[in-house]
Design a protein around this ligand. Sequence first.
Ligand SMILES: [Zn+2]
Length: 460
Amino acid sequence: MKLTSFGGAAGVTGSKHLLEAGGKRVLIDCGMFQGEKPGRLRNWEPPPFDPRDIDAVMLTHGHLDHCGYLPRLVKAGFRGPIYATRAGREVARVIMMDSARLQEEDAEQANRDGWSKHHPALPLYDTGDVERALHRFRSVSYGQPVRLGELEIRFFHAGHILGAAGVLVDDGKERIWFSGDIGRLHDILMFPPHPPEAVDAMVMESTYGDRLHPRIDPEDPLAEILAGIMERRGVLLVPSFAVGRAQTLMLLLDRLLRRRPELELPIYLSSPMAAGVSELYRSYPDEHRLSPEEMESVFSRVRVVEHAQRARRLDRKEGPFVIIAGSGMLTGGRILGHLLAHGENPDNHVLLTGYQAPGTRGRALLDGERELKIQGRRFLLQAQVDMLEGQSAHADRDELRQWLAAAPAPPRHVWLVHGEGPARAALAEVLRADRSRVDGGGVAELPEGVAVDPVSGQAM
Ligand SMILES: [Zn+2]
């Protein structure tokens, strides 16, 4: 076996791991680079391998940093199958389509304003490219083997988000597991990740390898915020990611309001994308913890705001009510319009709900900044700002450690990927100290662009 990572090893975006085994070349994930500009520019470089030589792609899940480069790969000549779970494909479709639309809009804007040095400015890919990528998808059931020459490949539940999987590749001599993103052991929405089988090599995520998520019941702080909103007849704005986070919030609110009916107030989901994803939870009832009754209760409580015009009506409406809208880090989307309309009123409240990347408006708010620039306008936020802790979809340091320890036998080599430097280093230290977790081999950080033998740990 030979393993080379072309992204998502030293950082958390752009996941692309190439496995050469049994005479086949298999790409595990094909994600987009996100975040700061130097990273994003990597999406425009030609792929660091010939896409025509790749036999198949295994997609662990539909987050953009794992699937967002697929349309570009197909555009560059990839003609093989893309394997994913059924729900994983559906989520990837929603995410890739949204990504294509945003890029089309950006290119259009650049051409209108004439600020791009490319004439005309083009999107990285468009919705047609996404359609062509979707045609290459093949659905896999969890546990069902996929045969590719001498290789046998199986997908296992990873928790995390709907349709997420870990991928086990067996070439008849050696076995390697790619964890994808690993979910929480006690998530309110998703089941815990399937424990790993005994393998020779493990490629494992380490996003929160240096952190422990707070173990608090989010219902108490949420109840306090809702009570304040009721009293002041204010508006609660909740910036949220469309996949997973929005549904978790809806579930938390539903549970709270069933327990405390005196806090009952209208909840608007101002995100057609999040509403579409919520429908997927109905389509895949066995893949999450919600019972049909609870799903009905959650989804009937929330009023979906499909059209932009109706969303603007909410901007003139008096409280009390709640708006959930994207994007989760205030980098774009409908939440910005709602913030412009309601953010200057000190009776209102902004509740951040997830990771806020450096350089985003969400992070600025979290760091205490109150002057924001939105749609070219300087704007002083006077609403209160809070963060709802503990809602991450990623396992923390102890959960990662426990997950690995649940394998019936320890792997000979563990490769840590998908983490910033300090997170990878901290998790490596913890796993090395647990000698029983790794069978005589080692724990190493997977370098990018360097081929390694994943079992012996040697460079090739
Ligand atoms: Zn993910």
